[in-house]
Design a protein around this ligand. Sequence first.
Ligand SMILES: [Zn+2]
Length: 232
Amino acid sequence: MNHSPLHLIGPVMVAAAKKATVPVAVHFDHGLTEEKIREALEIGFSSIMYDGSHHPLEINITETKKMAAIAREYGATVEAEIGQVGGSEDGSVDLEVLITSTEEAKMFAVETKIDALAIAIGNAHGVYKGEPKLRFDRLEEINREVDIPLVLHGGSGISEKDFRTSIHHGIRKINVATSTFHSVINTVNEAAPFKDYFSYHETVIAAAAENVKRHMEMFQSVGRVKEDNVYV
Ligand SMILES: [Zn+2]
């Protein structure tokens, strides 16, 4: 949010979503405080994530329940996290990866009644140091015990094969950001120098869209949506 203040970017995102021709969510990721979560909901975000993964389990449960109740007032869906996904998108925090316990995940989902659960199975935000080694054994176990959709953060740097295995074992939402940033930078560097600002701007947008499309193809989610715009 240092680079894109919520009060400015949020209304733009919601306005764009309302014009979308496929169902989309406007999701507030890694909400840490009630104040910011409420701000996002007031703007019209349809989905929030409360990230209390840094808290001890009991506090994470209590806080997640509180944020979920707030989100419900707005008709928004709720994602929360248990275990600890490493790193951070802008590299400002270097968190260690703590693998989610199956027992805790089960208890957490039942107690909080959230819509989606982000888990830590060796995934990390930002750029991976070395090859990511995902714990598919743990994912399989969590998927057997937890009824709600599972979320994989830190999708940038994970191989197509690992994405497919993750999806096969219950991952239903994958967060990809850093890979799009890299795709934009690489495309812009290759196309530079630009003659004018507008062609530069179009290159940025096309590069981001291209990376999203590439991931939709990898995730086999292309053409799977049948409904009209359902954003509310
Ligand atoms: Zn994340």
